[in-house]
Ligand binder design. Sequence first.
Ligand SMILES: Cc1ncc(C[n+]2csc(CCOP(=O)(O)OP(=O)(O)O)c2C)c(N)n1
Ligand SMILES: [Mg+2]
Length: 577
Amino acid sequence: MKRSGAWLVRYALEQVGVSYTFGIPGVHNTEIYDELNKSGSIQPVLVTHEGGAAFMADAISRTSGNLGTLLIVPAAGVTHAASGIGEAFLDGIPMLIISGGIRTDSDKSYQLHDVDQHALLAPITKKTYKIATHGQIVPTIYEAFHIAHAGEPGPVFVEVPVNLQLFPGEVSLPAAFASAKESVVIDHEAIQKAARALYDANNPGLFVGWGAVDATEELVSIAEFLNAPVSTTLQGLSTFPANHPLHTGMSFGKASVPASENAFKHCDCMLAVATRFAEIATASYGVEPPEKLIHMDINPNVFNANYPAEITLEGDSKDLLKELLIALRALGEPKTDGGTLAASISKDKAAYYEEWFKHDSVDRVNPARFFAELRKQLDDNAIVVADDGNHTFLAAELMPIHTSRGFISPTDFNSMGYATPAVTAAKLANRDKQVVGIIGDGAFLMTCMETLTASSLDLGGVYFIFNDGELSQISQAQEIPYNRKTCSVLHEARFRGVAEATGCEFICISKTSGCKEGIRQALEYAAQDRPVIVDVRVDYSKRTRFTKGIVKTNLERFSMGNKARFVGRALLRKVTG
Ligand SMILES: Cc1ncc(C[n+]2csc(CCOP(=O)(O)OP(=O)(O)O)c2C)c(N)n1
Ligand SMILES: [Mg+2]
């Protein structure tokens, strides 16, 4: 049969179950856009910038069972999207990127958008493909779908030259898509050893990352069986419910909240699940896991990379945790301490909140009061999206997440500008859930036009801007060593104007006392499918444990000479201004 390349792309995307594509049309992909316009199952979404498109595709993958997909123009669309592709790559998020490609049936040089996109994307994708014939289109997209999900997930890029899209070519009837789950052979001996080590430990503990986000049930059962505290990475914040009595908080050690620090102080055997012990997860490598470290991950390259493990378990965390639970139960009765650990976690959590509540935020919004009110008004299954900055760590320390996939944030690529488009897309894929963003003012300025995409689609996302007038995560770090805030004080922006420009509702919460009504009103607008921008005049005068912890860890690591140089300069600038 004869089919155009654009038809074949649509067929393959429908087969693999893609629901949305994000991007902007250009001369190299309008033929595919025209095909998608005819699709009964795929909605092509127009964005304002391909950077937003990539963050949206990422958020689709993180918050729904769907594969986040981009449909963009070559070169300029690809470079604009690169930040979101990089984020998906380092955070292990499946993504499919389809771009047009320059003509392969022309002998002309200097075609529009002519760059080597594959070289450009090689470091931030799992694989890239350049389609050469009509017959390759469907099998390549099937393979791309498979690779995006296999092992540690990530982005896969497919370039479809425009001439193939436009003109029909001879192909055999394409096969229907059949997904195949790759399974790693489970090392049962290692499972037995891990179960024994955990069962025999006096103070076992669990540390879990995003890769275990669909294994919450198994994690809860194991934690309860061992009566073990559970801390998570930043990215993995939603893997374990914060309202479970054994949940302690983000990370462990001196940069974590007191409940985590105390519960893990005497940890003598740690089960680390689906974490790479990367820089953020370890608060700049400041954590000290016990010698008896059991490390479970789908990617064996992470084992012993930063912390030596006594036992390694390769495979899908859900499969392995199921086996581990069986092995643990075979060893004896569940452990119990009569509720002592749970009581001390609960006491530490309450005391930490109290410490924040007591902090005088003068005429601004106390972050702990804001999050306490937000938690009270949000449903358990709400999705919270944080950007990157001080607000992220405030959210991590003060906003309890109750549901798996209920928190997403750009972590290891650490790209500011993520949250606004991500709220828009998360709401698109989860219309029945509340979706709220916690977004730094600097981050909002980067991608705030994706609120226009939300209003054009009647998506009631809530965009809480943590407005402190600074790029605070950086200005806080500049304050002591430099006594200067070079390029980290923002130009004043009137966010009401953004709301007006994009057709969003607007609310300003200027003081703590305004939180209850401001949040209520915002959620009410959102429930009526109205996106709402909320200008939260937040107080940043109290530091997070995370920020204090990493500053200390990094300074301690300096050589004596460099320490003296930094401290000397700080003192001098304190005196001279
Ligand atoms: C694309 C990008 N540029 C710069 C940075 C460095 N950076 C990390 S956090 C941060 C400050 C963010 O400011 P804002 O969005 O206002 O959040 P706040 O820290 O004030 O809560 C900056 C500039 C980054 N992570 N990503
Ligand atoms: Mg800020």
